[in-house]
Design a protein around this ligand. Structure first.
Ligand code: AMP
Ligand code: DBH
Length: 553
């Protein structure tokens, strides 16, 4: 899988010279730990404790069996797994085999998976029998029809060892493997990985009709992880709670589970960020660090106020993914008894952190500064002029781990990058004299629902497919728990009940978090002078009703 937009030679050379990009694959961190400290615990998942040695052996066994089965470096894979150790076994195995995956979120449904399959034409599907789409083989058959290349489907928790993921990842001698074509050891050496090649595709929250794929190379991703682990002072004693969806860029790489593997610490898998459950896991495994979105921090604070004992071992709580109210930030050390770190990142690359030794005011009131001295940040007004410190403007960035183009999306790329390769994130920020950023809004047409991003255009296009919908606009409205929720504003040909529209969207196969929280019906849309739907006016027009009780459909 070579077709991605590379960095220009001069920058690539600089990133290598400065030691950001190493001549090593993304599995470097894990493999180093597996050699140095094979018995140390890498992952706790339910009752299982998986050592670095075991994790590496499982990933290697799976990689070898996939290659023995005829998969080739450069092939692509569609992966959808829940927060279980097998997510990491699979991801590391595919990296070792040179197979390029996209790791879909477990909340994704047919619409998202179809889109990924159409874009990547994967030869391999790895999914979970517990996911509604994979209870039986019908959806896999549909994907096969969409990707004529799809040659192999493996499932987490399949009763048949021939397609059971765990059997495929069982090291030789450990279990009767499903690899009917012989032991993993017979398959020969693993391929040499080019660190400049695409390691996997990260998911974009997007602002267009189709979900976009972000190619991330071994070298660029590894750098962001290594540097993040250092900023967050991870050590072999770090015990990290993985309570957000494991494929998400934040919990995977900022410094996330991969940062913990780099440092030789332990990742504890949690199915959800629900406080009761997480507090129990924290107490049981002496968890020291967690990455959460603001809505989850809100729940944790409420739980403690409601009488749940604050977790004792927790030393650092990261918050990111969406705007975190300053008033809540101030409560974190007080109520949860741990340090706070704000993280402002994006799957496209750039990640900012408040530093552990920053003064509290800075931690409470900013979203941090970039990882790298070579992250080039521009804050520009709408005309492209550079803003003065403190002034609000649009964020543009390029650097050693910020991508240079979405996968096969020339039109999108033309709009998202300037001539010098700076990426336009669509965020409105202020940068202070010390280089710290504050996120104050956005210009992209996206709703940030508690950290889950919804591209308005994607949902509008689906709503417009309903024969009675004349005009559709998805806008955000304030939500006390999520920060923002979505409201679908519609002009209809004839009255419809919200439930009909919800069913229409569910039938289209869209993930639940993208379903509008509310529907508002209008006689006409407010328009801008050029005749586009005026979302600002729309938001103002529907706002008074926002807190009124929703009639049950
Ligand atoms: P994605 O492109 O889906 O990876 O989402 C990245 C976007 O999430 C950023 O461009 C911001 O809009 C938003 N975001 C991430 N972290 C923060 C944060 N700490 N505060 C405000 N917005 C954030
Ligand atoms: O929201 C994000 O995408 C995000 C937030 C924090 C991210 O990608 C990251 C850190 O790396």
């Amino acid at each position: 899988m070579t077709d991605f937009t590379p960095w220009p030679d001069d920058l690539a050379q600089r990133y290598r010279q400065k030691g950001y990009w190493l001549d090593a694959p993304l599995t470097r961190g894990l493999e180093t730990q597996a050699r140095a400290r094979p018995e140390a615990c890498a992952i706790r998942c339910g009752a299982r404790a998986i050592s670095y040695g075991a994790l590496d052996r499982m990933a290697t066994a799976l990689a070898r069996r996939l290659l023995a089965r005829g998969l080739r470096p450069g092939d692509t894979a569609l992966v959808q797994l829940p927060n279980r150790a097998e997510f990491f076994v699979t991801f590391l195995a595919l990296l070792k085999a040179g197979i390029t995956p996209v790791n879909a979120l477990f909340s994704h449904r047919a619409l998202e998976l179809r889109s990924y399959a159409e874009q990547l034409r994967p030869r391999l599907l790895i999914a979970a029998r517990s996911h509604p789409l994979f209870h039986d083989d019908r959806f896999a058959a549909e994907l096969r029809a969409r990707s004529d290349r799809l040659a192999l489907c493996l499932y987490l928790d399949d009763p048949d060892p021939a397609q059971d993921l765990a059997a495929w990842a069982a090291p030789d001698g450990a279990e009767d493997g499903g690899a009917e074509d012989g032991g993993a050891e017979d398959a020969g050496p693993l391929p040499r990985i080019d660190p400049g090649a695409v390691a996997f595709f990260q998911l974009s929250g997007g602002s267009t009709g189709t979900p976009k794929l972000i190619p991330r190379t071994h070298a660029d991703y590894d750098y962001s992880i290594r540097a993040s682990a250092e900023i967050c002072a991870l050590t072999p004693d770090t015990v990290f709670l993985c309570a957000l969806p494991a494929p998400h860029n934040y919990v995977l790489s900022s410094p996330g589970a991969l940062g913990v593997f780099h440092a030789g610490g332990t990742v504890v898998m949690a199915p959800t960020p629900e406080p009761q459950l997480c507090f129990e896991l924290i107490a049981r495994h002496r968890v020291t660090m967690v990455a959460l979105v603001p809505s989850a921090v809100g729940l944790w604070l409420e739980a403690v106020r409601g009488g749940l004992a604050a977790p004792e071992s927790l030393a650092l709580l990261q918050v990111g993914g969406a705007s975190f109210a300053e008033a809540l930030a101030r409560q974190v050390p007080e109520l949860l008894g741990c340090a706070l770190q704000q993280v402002f990142g994006m799957a496209e690359g750039l990640v900012n952190y408040t530093r552990l030794d920053d003064p509290p005011e800075r931690i409470f009131t900013t979203q941090g500064r970039p990882i790298s001295p070579d992250d080039e940040i521009r804050v520009r007004d709408a005309t492209g002029r550079d803003c003065a410190p403190g002034e609000t403007g649009q964020l543009w960035v390029r650097g050693p781990y910020t991508f240079r183009g979405y996968f096969r999306s020339p039109a999108q790329n033309a709009a998202a990058f300037d001539a010098e390769g700076f990426y336009h994130s669509g965020d409105l920020v202020q940068r202070d004299a010390a280089g710290y950023l504050r996120v104050v809004g956005r210009v992209k047409d996206q709703i940030n629902r508690g950290g889950e991003k919804i591209a308005a255009e994607e949902i509008e296009a689906l709503l417009l497919r309903h024969p009675e919908v004349m005009q559709a606009a998805l806008v955000s409205e304030p939500d006390p728990r999520l920060g923002e929720r979505s409201c679908a504003c519609l002009v209809l040909r004839q009255p419809l009940r919200p439930v009909v529209l919800r069913r229409h969207l569910i039938a289209a196969g869209v993930a639940d978090y993208k379903l509008p929280d509310r529907f508002a019906f209008l006689d006409a849309m407010p328009l801008t002078p050029v005749g586009k739907i005026d979302k600002r006016a729309l938001r103002a027009a529907i706002l008074p009703a926002a807190d009124a009780p929703q009639p049950t459909p």
